[in-house]
Structures are given as structure tokens and as C-alpha cells.
Write a protein that binds this ligand. Sequence first.
Ligand code: BG6
Length: 492
Amino acid sequence: MSAPGGLALTSEPAVNPLRDESLTLKATDPCCIVVFGATGDLTHRKLIPALFRLSKQKLLHPRTAIVGFARRQLDSDAFREEMRRTVPGSDGASPEWERFAGSLFYQPGVFEDPEAFRALGRVLTGLDEKRGIPGNRLFYLATPPSEYAALLANIGAAGLARRASRSDASAPWSRVIIEKPFGHDLKSARKLNALVHSVFHESQVYRIDHYLGKETVQNILVFRLSNGIFEPLWNNRYVEQVQISVAESVGVETRAAYFDSGGISRDIFQNHMMQLLTLTIVARDIVRAQYVAGAVGGTPVPGYREEPGVDPRSQTETYLAARIDVDNWRWSGVPFYLRTGKRLPKRATEIAIVFRNPPYELFRSAGCDALQANVLRLRIQPDEGISLSFGSKSPGQALHIDPVQMDFYYLTSFGQDPPDAYERLLLDCNLGDSTLFARRDEVELAWEFVDGILNAWRSDNRPPLLTYPAGTWGPPEADELLQRNHHHWYPL
Ligand code: BG6
């Protein structure tokens, strides 16, 4: 498959040398993975598909057991059948699926019932004996956050959170993965951290933000720090502005109960966007808005307040754009523009680094138009890759400078799309590697920043909640935010 337009750096599909995982991966430990919230959306859409792909690639230890735990009364066979239906196409009938399904089990239980956790403990011990698992446990909290307190308390009370001694690598381990949003604001995040620490030691805690598991996000560091031509440019001397966009064409889908109480500021801005930024920051100007009825890709869609389950007077924002200043030597004076929204025209996550023009535009005197800035675009998704635009003389007798593009596509260069973020993160947790997970202080710092914004929105002189028709790029005020500096959003 060829790259859609542009000049590919490598046009022939190459064999990706890094795909021989045995070269880079340690052996995973056999363990019992317990998924709390096993009948929910996240388990269906992300966790089981990711675990199945890991099993197909033989990256999960063959003796691993995956135990679904949820309120619904199901037996393991019914659970396997329900999970099989989440797997795309013919894969659900393959021998690989049959092998994987043999490692799936189900235990019904109410999260508030301590006895259900003692029963779970007995099931896990039975699986240890049957499958030769040395007592390792990985707990995944894939429930709504309102359930975390009961879950953590009961995991602790049933003695399931035992901590391996750090000096004895062969002792069984117990780890917990906690989904975002981690708290609702700084105060609740601190309270949750205290509760987590009453049961688990920080070294056992894996706070997940799946953006960190994305191959393209990990590549930002590699790209910047291992290429001699880019690293020296990564500062305010050469960079004029940075734009970070997380655009989604979907609306609130079936998640109104969760989304309406938090808005996009808690759903995406506090976590995924902060991970893409992660610097010392000061918020300057913020635009918040909610979508009204419109059309996405030619299909009419309702406004946010008409979505099932949403309060018809809801003041929850579904769009946020901000100018952020980074308060340090390297980035002083460079505006960072962030935007994220539901029901925008397309799904695209991208970081655009816009470079300063040369101080003297030599060819202007020869009648050329003003130079267009060099823009380095890190495409997180879709069409994962990187492109760099630069000016080139267009062929002909007259002197014209036109922007052209150099493109790198993962698919063309590595012969395949990057793996799903959840695969990587589940694997890392099994291996005890918490590099791509958020530590306590990081989560609290991100909330401290976002709390400042949320408090301003609660004050008497809060900015108005603007609207934008579904299928557009947000309210005009988001464009004006950049126009004040003679900047504009780069099209996604
Ligand atoms: C989730 C948010 O964390 O991330 C969703 O709760 C959002 O609202 C999703 O749609 C986006 O993830 P991705 O990987 O599709 O960009």
C-alpha cells in the first residue's frame, strides 16, 4: 500500500526488524489476570481484544488465566461466548481463539460484598494449582470510577493484594491497573491515592493512560532525542508555536452517564492531552463549547443535549481549546495551542511544531510570496507517521516557492500499523515495568493544573459555554484565540 500523497521517505514496504519480539522482550510470568467490570464496554472493546492479540503472538504466558468478575450472573462458558462475539470476523472461530478461550473464566460477584472477594480468592488459588501459576495476580479495575473505593477495600480485606518482597524476584507478585479518570479533581485524586496506598504499595500500582502506550507517542522522544538534526531545533529559538489536537468525530455515544458529569476537560484534557504536553505550564486563554445538532460526514446527528441520557440543560463542555504557556527557559514565549472535541469533522490526533521563518526573506525581493513556515507534524493517529513541510522552487523559468512535504508512514516503512496501546501496557504491567504508567505525583500535578481551570469555570465571571454545530471545527472563538497572535489552526 502506498502513502496517500506526499513524498515517502521509504516507498518499499520493509520488513520491520523490531517485530522479532524475542529480541527485545523478557519472558512474561504466568499469572491470574482479574478484570473487574468484565461485562463492560472497556473489556469488550479493548482488553479482551488486546489480550487475545498478545496470546496469538505468543506474548502471554500459555499458563495465564483471565478471570472476568462482574455483577451479572454468568458462567465461564457464557462469558467465553460473549467475549468471542467481540473478536472481529473469522478470528472468533479460529484455533487460536479456542486456545485463548480456554484461559478465560468468570466469577460473578457484587463489588461491595466482601464474601465475593473471598470466593474470588479461592477461585484464584484453584487456578494456580490447576494451571501451575505461582500465585501472581494482576487486577484490572475496568469499572466506572465510582466502584474503585469498594473494589480496593475488598481486594485488601480478602488478602489478595499481598506485596512481593522487592529483594526476592521469585516471590509471587500482585499488581493493580487503574483506569482513568483517576479522581474527579485534585481533592478526590488525593483521596483515591490514599485509599490505593492503604492496600497497595506504589510499586504495585499502574495508573493507566492508554495514550502513553501508543507507539506514536513513544516515538516522540525517540524522534527528538536520537536525530541530530531535530534535537537542536527543539526550543524557542527555532519553534514559533506548537499545536496539539485530539479531534474525534464520534459524539458521547452510550457513555452519557459518565461523560456528562465530567466533560471533555476530565475525559481527555486532564490525562491524554497533559501526557502529550507534560511540562511546567500556565493556562492563558480557554474556550469551552458544546455541540449542537449538525452533520458528520453527511449524516445528520443530534446535539449533545439531545443525546440519550444527557440532561437537556447540561452545561458540560464537549470541546475545549486553550493557549498554554510553558514556564521554562526552553519554551518561554512559544504558545502551545491545545484543542480537543467530540463531534468534529474527523478523528485525528496530531502535534504540529511550527518553525520560525528565517529572519530575512531573501526571495521576497525577487517577487516571491511570503514564506510558509516549516511544519513538522507528528501524526499520532490515524495514518500514523511524521511529515515535514518545506519550501521548494517550483520548476520553471520564474521564481516561485511552493510548500512540499516529506512523509513517513508506519505502514509503508514497517509493513504494518503500530500495535494497539493496551497490548503494550498489559504486557509491561506483567513484566513489572511501570515506565509508561502515571505515578501518584504526576496524576496529582495534572489535576492541580486542571483544577485551576475548573475552579475558574465555577466562578461568577466564568467564560460562557459556547456552541458549535456537530461536524464543524469548533466555535469561531477558537480561531480568534490564535488570530490574536496572527496564527491559525493547521488543518488536520
Ligand atoms: C478515552 C476517552 O480515554 O479515550 C474517550 O474516555 C475517547 O472519550 C478515547 O474517545 C480516545 O482514545 P483513542 O485511542 O481512540 O484516541
